[in-house]
Design a protein around this ligand. Structure first.
Ligand code: PRP
Ligand code: MN
Ligand code: MG
Length: 182
């Protein structure tokens, strides 16, 4: 196991676990999108690390673009509103769009994003999320087609996921010690 950051209580998914998930997702997406006009849209900033790995695990032609939305700010709870901070640069009309996210938690971010992107007339629109906190009764109705793994209802950091902009560079996913955000 990797050396743990002192603020991390427990490693949930190791680098090796993550590499295996990415490989499996990449193979599935390659198969499903062969011959299609695939556009991966990563949600800044959390999804950057996953995007970098996932795109290299896909061996069919694709384009990438980024959107920045934020709902959490520096807190551990969603603010309840989603803001677009950076829009797409490319046109997704009639293209096969796959949204790449690091985590699906309350679903607020993806609910907003999907409604926004569907109005631009893509040929298809699906979601690939690395982590899915599918806690009962807590989540907006989002049905991600591709999921790396389910995630317990803990404050997780690393592999792109932050707390107040820290920990995104950890190569594993860990649970933050409660005293760090208390
Ligand atoms: C986090 C995370 C997801 C979203 C998930 O982003 O990266 O995008 O929250 O939460 P939800 O399902 O409850 O909406 P955040 O707003 O913290 O911005 P960041 O990606 O820049 O960290
Ligand atoms: Mn995010
Ligand atoms: Mg965040």
């Amino acid at each position: 196991m990797e050396t743990m950051h002192p603020d991390v209580e427990k490693v949930l998914f190791s680098e090796e676990d993550i590499a295996n998930m990415v490989k499996r997702l990449g193979a599935q997406i390659s198969e499903d999108y062969k011959g299609k006009d695939l556009v991966l849209i990563a949600v800044l900033r959390g999804a950057v690390v996953f995007m970098g790995d996932l795109m290299r695990a896909i061996d069919t032609d694709l384009a990438i673009d980024f959107m920045a939305v934020s709902s959490y700010g520096n807190g551990t709870k969603s603010s309840g509103t989603v803001r677009i901070i950076k829009d797409l640069d490319i046109d997704i009309k009639d293209r096969d769009v796959l949204i790449v996210e690091d985590i699906l938690d309350s679903g607020l971010t993806l609910k907003y994003l999907m409604a926004n992107l569907v109005s631009r007339g893509p040929a298809s629109l699906e979601v690939c999320t690395f982590l899915w906190k599918d806690v009962e009764g807590k989540q907006a109705a989002i049905d991600p087609k591709y999921v790396g793994t389910h995630c317990p209802d803990e404050f997780v950091v690393g592999y792109g996921l932050d707390y107040a902009e820290h920990y995104r560079n950890l190569p594993y996913v860990g649970i933050l010690k409660p005293e760090v955000y208390a």
